[in-house]
Design a protein around this ligand. Structure first.
Ligand SMILES: Cc1cc2nc3c(=O)[nH]c(=O)nc-3n(C[C@H](O)[C@H](O)[C@H](O)COP(=O)(O)OP(=O)(O)OC[C@H]3O[C@@H](n4cnc5c(N)ncnc54)[C@H](O)[C@@H]3O)c2cc1C
Length: 457
């Protein structure tokens, strides 16, 4: 079997790559390992927030933004350590991506102006009206099918061999059989490695005990292929975590609860870090606390402000927030001495009014907590690795710094823009890497196979 463009993985990255290649009029095939990918890939678990800097929606909302401002925010959040090529490429093309998605999916993404995300100085996250990655992925899937792209499943890419005129792919099916096919170009969009315990132990040891909360089959296949082919990989210590996983109910609590003034304490009733560093960086801080457990404290004003997030409302309606009228009841609810918790809340309250600096350095408070105070037991999760194959401006992978013809990577398979560790992750970085790099990869793969066919480029 021979196909001009082959995409491995039908998450956000793979579908964006397949759609952009097919829109160029090139025959495209997607290999997907999971029959249930439409319900189980990481993209469907996301809140569908896609960053775009300089979009018409921003202009209409009088948001003055530019790719340079966005890149500056990424550099500030990562301490200037994010991959320079990927950062420059994706921020420069983010508005084009949002516009392309709106046009291709026949539904404009809305600019989210009702929430603030740590590190973004401007409102620049765009999402479907229901803030659902499932909606976004479903629309991409329909667009791909409408362009006659075949999604072969369950087909797992397990091998790639380079020929002068094509790539020879090995694909495994559940019956144990192996099949070979040739591809004019291949986009590796098989997700990250956070579901693979051995790779997590090796690259993200501090999160070894954290609950994995990403999609299925994020088991590092692209990394294994990269090792076999000697491809460049980087930032393997980079990840997206989330500190506010309400483990009793299996729900991720929106970090807006914190940005609106929520406070996090450990099982001793003490704050231990600046919550406003963001949900990903704070996951690391919480992982270092006793039993990796803590409590998110919020009030009625904050709960009302989070009503637009469906999971938050579900958690509240399921009794996932326990309310206490005073410090004694709150201390009893979380099992800590009232004196310790009382002192913690008093100190946080004073810092929130600006009367005294916060000992943990937090400056971003909306208001002090007001009684009654609600409590949600939380623990950290590992959502996604953010390191992987190094790519160039066209999303081509590299070997010894040089682009490898016909071979591309996007999404969790590729190196992201989050620098090292978890603190550099800005909301939207994940889908930008998936959809943005996928979009770029698909177009370039189509260009290469149209121009060179099966000759060496
Ligand atoms: C709870 C949560 C919320 C998030 N919210 C946001 C958000 O709002 N905004 C944002 O930017 N990011 C968000 N992210 C991150 C974002 O969802 C991911 O970065 C992005 O979806 C990754 O897309 P992907 O296509 O690389 O991976 P996936 O969506 O996981 O797709 C990979 C696909 O490849 C398939 N596959 C794996 N191996 C093989 C193989 N060998 N052969 C064939 N197929 C294979 C898998 O089955 C899967 O279908 C969130 C993540 C989580 C966990």
């Amino acid at each position: 079997m021979t196909s001009p463009v082959v995409v491995a993985g039908a998450g956000g990255a793979g579908l964006a790559a397949a759609l952009s290649a097919a829109q160029c009029g090139v025959d495209t095939v997607v290999l997907e390992a999971n029959l249930h990918y439409r319900h189980a890939c990481t993209t469907v678990m996301s809140t569908g927030l896609v960053p775009g800097a300089g979009t018409p929606a921003q202009q209409a909302a009088n948001v003055d933004d530019s790719p340079e401002d966005y890149a500056a925010d990424i550099l500030a959040k990562t301490g200037e350590t994010s991959d320079p090529v990927t950062t420059a490429t994706l921020t420069a093309r983010s508005a084009e991506l949002v516009e392309w998605l709106g046009r291709s999916l026949r539904r404009a993404l809305e600019l989210a102006t009702d929430a603030r995300y740590p590190g973004h100085r401007r409102h620049r996250l765009h999402a479907p009206a229901d803030r659902s990655g499932r909606t976004l992925h479903g629309a991409l899937n329909r667009a791909v099918i409408a362009h006659d792209v075949e999604v072969l499943m369950p087909y797992r890419l397990v091998g790639v061999a380079e020929r002068t005129d094509a790539l020879r792919l090995t694909v495994a099916t559940p019956d144990g059989a192996r099949h070979e096919m040739d591809a004019g170009a291949l986009v590796l969009a098989t997700g990250g490695f956070a579901q693979d315990p051995e790779l997590v132990r090796r690259h993200l040891p501090q999160l070894e005990a954290a609950t994995y909360f990403g999609g299925d089959h994020s088991d590092g296949q692209a990394l294994r292929l990269a090792e076999e082919l000697g491809l460049d990989c980087a930032y393997l210590d980079s990840y997206t975590g989330h500190a506010s996983y309400a483990h009793n109910h299996g729900v991720l609590v929106t970090w807006n609860a914190v940005m609106h003034g929520g406070v996090i304490v450990n099982t001793a009733g003490r704050r231990f870090a600046d919550e406003s560093i963001g949900y990903s960086g704070f996951a690391d801080a919480l992982a270092g606390q006793e039993a990796s457990r803590g409590f998110l404290l919020l009030d009625q004003r904050i709960a009302d402000a989070c009503k637009t997030f469906p999971e938050f409302t579900q958690l509240r309606d399921a009794g996932g927030i326990r309310w206490a009228d005073d410090p004694v009841a709150l201390a009893r609810a979380i099992g800590v001495p009232e004196t310790v918790l009382g002192a913690t809340l008093e100190e946080a309250g004073i810092a929130a009014t600006g009367a005294h600096p916060d000992p943990h350095g937090r400056t971003d408070w909306e208001a002090p907590l007001a009684w009654p105070v609600g409590v949600i037991p939380i623990s950290p999760i590992l959502g996604m690795s953010q390191g992987g194959l190094v790519t160039d401006e066209q999303a081509r992978v590299r070997r010894d710094g040089r682009a490898v013809p016909r071979l591309y990577a996007a999404g969790g398979a590729a190196t992201g823009t989050s620098g090292h560790g978890g603190e550099g992750y800005l909301a939207g970085n994940g889908l930008l890497l998936a959809l943005g790099l996928g979009y770029i990869a698909g177009r370039d793969a189509a260009r290469v196979v149209s121009h060179y066919g099966h000759r060496a480029p």
